[in-house]
Design a protein around this ligand. Sequence first.
Ligand code: ADP
Length: 356
Amino acid sequence: MDTDSIKAALKTVKFPGFSRDIISFGLVRNVEFNNGEALIGIEITTGDTKIPEQIAADIKATVGALEGVQDVKVQMEISTPQNQPSPNGAANGNAPASSAAMQNVKFAIAVASGKGGVGKSTVTVNLACALQRLLEADGKPGVGIMDCDIYGPSIPLMLGAAGRPEIENDLILPLQNFGVSTMSMGFLVDEDTPVVWRGPMIMKTIQQFAQNVNWGELEILVVDLPPGTGDAQLSLVQTIPLDGAVIVTTPQPAASNVARRGARMFEKVNVPYLGVVENMSYLEADDGTRQHLFGEGGGASTAESLETPLLGEIPIDTAIREGCDNGIPIVVSDPESVAAKEFFKVARRIIDQLHT
Ligand code: ADP
């Protein structure tokens, strides 16, 4: 018995309620093995006390079953997410465990960009609708969007979902349109609520989206992150157990530099890249010629430097913007268009990657 074999065994221990294991999620800090005793150090950020308990129990069961291991010790270093008032939220009944609210969510993926205005929310909404249609055709459960862009929550408008969410058994019910469930700060505050008020709320809100929203049974939850790569984004990706990240960029080299720097955040928390989507890649004229208004090659170079695939190149199309403004994504309104087909291609590639 050696530490490599123990690490291999730890790869079979899943984060409670999720398909990813604790090694790939970056929770395992050290593994030691001396005289039949395995010592495993775990570092985890969570406000839910049940999650570390479950992980420790699973580690003990898995590693304890290995030949030559007489004793297993698990050292837990637990930190609570920033701005979390109490680590005992779950215990005192205020906050149901995220594993309970999200236990039927099979995969969670993030959509991120280095800066705003590159079309991250547009990609999120069209991607979610495309995923929903493909999964439905495969007889799989649905898709949800967690809109974490609390400074400019545009998902409700783009998805044509409006109203106030209802509460059932202490859990918020997401709103639905086109078969996609969604939860957004946009449902909870009025448009003219000052942004300064929202700042301190960011972590608390996101924590609630993960813990207090009844997502139901979802195959894929698409998480629209706020643009940028600061501490808020980092805490966020540590709060929600993510199975992968999609990076959105525009084609010009400057934008892709920003995207690359931003994307490195996922490496810190061991969230694998699913790939890069280049948005606003070209404008096609009636005669089929393509104009590269924002330059060329940014998506490909971002993908190359992150060693991840370029999943697709979305053209500039007024129908995409109109779809956003009217609340009917182009994937729904005109699924045969070039842009929609590209979104379907991206969605299919993501499904293939998650299921392998
Ligand atoms: P972000 O979420 O990155 O801030 P948005 O998704 O809000 O960006 O997009 C910004 C604006 O650009 C929106 O008005 C949207 O409709 C428009 N837009 C995004 N992608 C495209 C595209 N490929 N073609 C045309 N308009 C687009």
